[in-house]
Design a protein around this ligand. Structure first.
Ligand SMILES: Nc1ncnc2c1ncn2[C@@H]1O[C@H](COP(=O)(O)OP(=O)(O)OP(=O)(O)O)[C@@H](O)[C@H]1O
Ligand SMILES: [Mg+2]
Length: 264
């Protein structure tokens, strides 16, 4: 492998503006295939906006986004999947039904129903994916019967069933208890390796960012105008490539310097 493989995703001079409010400014970012990028930053910095851009749900007001060296298609594609902090699974569908539904939408977009052989194949695939996320014993339960951690496992299965190459996670473990969170960290690392995913994860938890990421990116404003808070947008103010395992000392150091940034 060369030192600089072509990036799977490339953001070039990307801006997001709402009227005269600048949310993101001049974001330049190459993301290598197979990396696990953790994104941190204060509330309102534009982390979710960045994920929406990559999903194709939103267009940058300036700049361009390339996927595999080609301009990003203007809608969500099957190559990108997403998991939010709280996923709205369909309450009237079982765990298996929720997961099969993802395939039905893709393969039979008008009816969203598969029959016969196609349905059996979809059911087998969904069952395999639910086993992979640890829900193999809960196929016929309904979302209301699941714990928060199990619902997030279901959300991950729903995203992965479409075989995305890029998985976007927006604070996926934020609502979970610490013990359950640790289990989910193990799971997401395993899935990242098994499915050779590129993962971009937003988190408020710096330790989580360093535990999981191969790269940690901090979004924040470089400049503040106290009289016009919307005048400047956020951009990547820290971009750290991590080697091997998490480095808690680096996490502490970054945490301290970010606090300095936000209080200055
Ligand atoms: N449709 C919109 N119109 C105007 N402003 C918007 C719109 N969508 C988002 N914003 C603004 O963009 C900024 C960034 O929002 P975003 O949700 O990306 O932040 P975030 O970093 O994900 O924050 P959090 O950590 O709280 O989730 C916010 O100030 C928000 O108010
Ligand atoms: Mg957000």
């Amino acid at each position: 492998m060369s030192d600089h493989p072509a990036p799977i995703l490339s953001l070039q001079n990307v801006w997001v503006e709402y009227g005269d409010k600048i949310v993101l400014e001049k974001v330049d970012l190459d993301i290598a295939e197979g990396s696990f990028v953790s994104i941190i930053g204060p509330s309102g910095a534009g982390k979710s906006s960045l994920l929406r851009l990559i999903l194709g749900q939103e267009r940058p007001t300036r700049g361009k986004i390339m996927l595999d060296g080609r301009p990003l298609a203007p809608e969500c594609g099957p190559d990108r999947g997403v998991v939010f902090q709280r996923y709205s699974v369909f309450p009237h569908l079982s765990v298996l039904g929720n997961t099969v539904f993802g395939l039905e939408c893709e393969q039979a977009p008008l009816l969203a129903r598969l029959f016969g052989f196609a349905r059996r194949a979809a059911t087998a695939e969904a069952t395999e994916m639910l086993n992979a996320v640890g829900l193999g014993n809960s196929l016929h339960q309904y979302p209301a019967q699941l714990s928060g951690g199990m619902q997030q496992r279901l959300a991950i299965a729903q995203a992965l069933i479409k075989r995305p190459r890029i998985l976007l996670l927006d604070e996926p473990f934020g609502a979970l208890d610490p013990g359950i969170r640790a289990d989910m960290h193990g799971l997401i690392k395993q899935l990242w390796r098994d499915y050779a995913l590129t993962i971009i994860m937003v988190t408020h938890d710096i330790r989580e960012a360093f535990t999981l990421g191969t790269r940690v990116l901090a979004l924040d404003k470089r400049r503040h105008d106290p009289h016009a808070p919307h005048r400047f947008g956020a951009t990547a103010v820290y971009d750290l490539a991590l080697r091997g395992d998490a480095d808690p000392a680096a996490a502490e150091a970054l945490s301290v310097s970010l606090n300095q940034v936000s209080s200055s």
